[in-house]
Design a protein around this ligand. Structure first.
Ligand code: NDP
Length: 483
């Protein structure tokens, strides 16, 4: 079985921590042995990052941008190979990985490469005296990834961090260790100095090494709400800055004047893409009671036509869930929905896929829930499980949509412009879509309200989270004795 090492100082590095196996979700087979990170290995990564920071932060922003841009080009050139690796590791359909995962990572590197040289402080005139601000990097940033979009998450964290002159130690999720290592190799090929992007491997214990280390200035994590809270609490001991990209239970609201085809496609995109393993998914679909019947007919017809299958088959539209544990969790929620009185309108069963007998496949599943207080309506399932609810009034649906501790995303389908903007103004969510869903180009800030997160990734907003402002007051007159 091939070994997956750590990546420190631009080189493969055999960690001395507990090694672990990496599985193909489509077959359940172990495919790699992954090096674990011991506390000594982690110290090595920190020392390397300190050296890297000295070099990288002293380089001109234009030079930094050039290297990030080169890395984005290599990602695009190797899209096919990297997409196949992501599909092998994460179980997602190859048609998605080829179109989205690597390319959105490359887009992010290209975007921040382009703005690196434009980052600057301000000049503030104070009569004769003046002040200026320096926009400085934070230092060593820790990136901790989730398993659903491994290379995209690594790029979304590394690109703004590095563009601002920081260095990063990145830990992918234990379940998806492969493409972060490739990203490290690509950065090396692009000319990144040693120690600027180190990759360590391991589970939550390794994550805790990062959140507990005094030399780490900032932690950016993508994960569950509970993990985000643990990371924030641990980071507080040394008052690290945090960016938390956490879970959700986002609403999609379909008004009676909506284009029902668009609304159906939006709901499907927001529930079944990547087998439903997307944080911003609109898993509570509120449909106006007058169009519910027509909406359900179209929704069920299109959902039944989805092809669940071998993720490496280009025709497959719904791939394998990430692991046995996760598969069991999703199946338990499907049972729970039925026990608590939701109507199973479509799907709900495990799928046997020829040639992928040990894989974790679930039919795209649609429930119609009689009320909002069922667990499948309240809790994040992170699988291909949609719940449809009905409403009558605009105010009522707004209140119900906001009645959740999460606040990651929301979608509104209507042809009434004023209603659409009125709704998004009232929705408690960091990312809102009108007449579409789950479209996240890197130019726009992404992140959660309420317990779905702190900080923003992408867009110019992320710069605020990877820099600190130093103010310099300059006296132009002679200082006099103040006493
Ligand atoms: P987890 O919260 O289980 O893990 C996220 C990462 O944190 C993993 O690398 C994990 O390690 C690590 N980790 C776990 N505990 C700790 C800890 N105490 N200290 C430091 N690191 C820790 O999330 P999943 O990987 O299961 O991903 C699914 C979740 O991610 C869902 O809730 C989803 O909504 C959310 N998500 C949010 C997104 C957003 O942008 N808002 C985007 C994508 C997903 P390991 O797993 O290796 O043990």
């Amino acid at each position: 079985m091939k070994n997956i090492p750590l990546y420190i100082d631009n080189q493969h590095y055999q960690g001395s921590g507990q090694s672990f196996k990496n599985y193909n979700p489509a077959t359940g087979e172990a495919i790699h042995q992954v090096s674990g990170t011991s506390p000594d290995d982690f110290e090595k990564a920190i020392e390397s990052a300190k050296r890297g920071f000295k070099v990288w932060s002293a380089m001109s922003p234009t030079e930094r941008g050039r290297i990030l841009h080169k890395a984005s080009q290599i990602l695009r050139e190797r899209n096919d190979e990297l997409a196949r690796l992501e599909t092998l590791d994460a179980g997602k359909p190859i048609r998605e990985a080829l179109e989205v995962d690597v390319i959105s990572g490359a887009d992010c590197l290209e975007y921040y490469a382009g703005i690196a040289a434009s980052l600057h402080g301000d000049h503030i005139q104070l009569g004769g005296d003046f002040a200026y601000t320096r926009r400085e990097p934070l230092g060593i940033c820790a990136g901790i990834g989730a398993w659903n979009y491994p290379i995209q998450i690594a790029c979304w964290k590394a690109a703004p961090a590095l563009a601002c002159g920081n260095v990063m130690i990145f830990k992918p999720a234990e379940l998806t260790p492969l493409t972060a290592l490739k990203l490290g190799e690509i950065f090396t090929e692009a000319g990144l100095p040693d120690g600027v992007f180190n990759v360590i491997q391991g589970d939550a214990v390794v994550g805790q090494m990062m959140t507990g280390h005094p030399d780490i200035a900032k932690v950016s994590i993508t994960g569950e709400v509970g993990t985000g809270k643990a990371v924030m609490a641990a980071s507080a001991t040394t008052l690290k800055k945090v960016t938390l990209e956490l879970g959700g239970k986002s609403p999609i609201i379909v008004f009676d004047d909506a284009d029902l085809d668009e609304a159906v496609f939006g709901a499907m995109l927001g529930n079944f893409y990547t087998q439903g393993e997307i944080c911003s998914n609109g898993t509570r679909v509120f449909v106006h009671e007058s169009v519910k019947k027509a909406f359900m007919e179209k929704l069920i017809q299109h959902t039944k036509a989805l092809k669940v299958g071998d993720p490496s088959d280009p025709d497959t539209q719904v791939g394998a869930l990430i692991s046995k544990d996760h598969f069991e969790k999703v199946m338990q929620y499907i049972s729970l929905g039925q026990e608590q009185g939701a109507e199973l309108a479509c799907g709900g069963k495990q799928v046997e896929v020829k040639g992928c007998e040990g894989g974790y496949f679930v039919e795209p599943t649609i429930f119609v829930a009689p009320e909002d207080n069922l667990r499948i309506v309240e809790e994040e399932i992170f699988g291909p499980v949609m719940t449809v609810l009905t409403f009558k009034e605009e105010e009522e649906v707004l209140q119900r949509a906001n009645n959740t501790p999460f606040g990651l995303a929301a979608g509104v389908f209507t042809k009434d412009l004023r209603k659409a903007h009125r709704m998004v103004a009232g929705l408690e969510a960091g990312m809102c879509w009108i007449n579409t869903f789950n479209i996240n180009p890197v130019e726009i800030p992404f992140g959660g309200y309420k317990q779905s997160g702190i900080g923003r990734e992408n867009g110019l907003a992320a710069i605020e989270h990877y820099t600190q402002i130093k103010t310099v007051y300059v006296a132009m007159d002679k200082m006099v004795n103040p006493f």
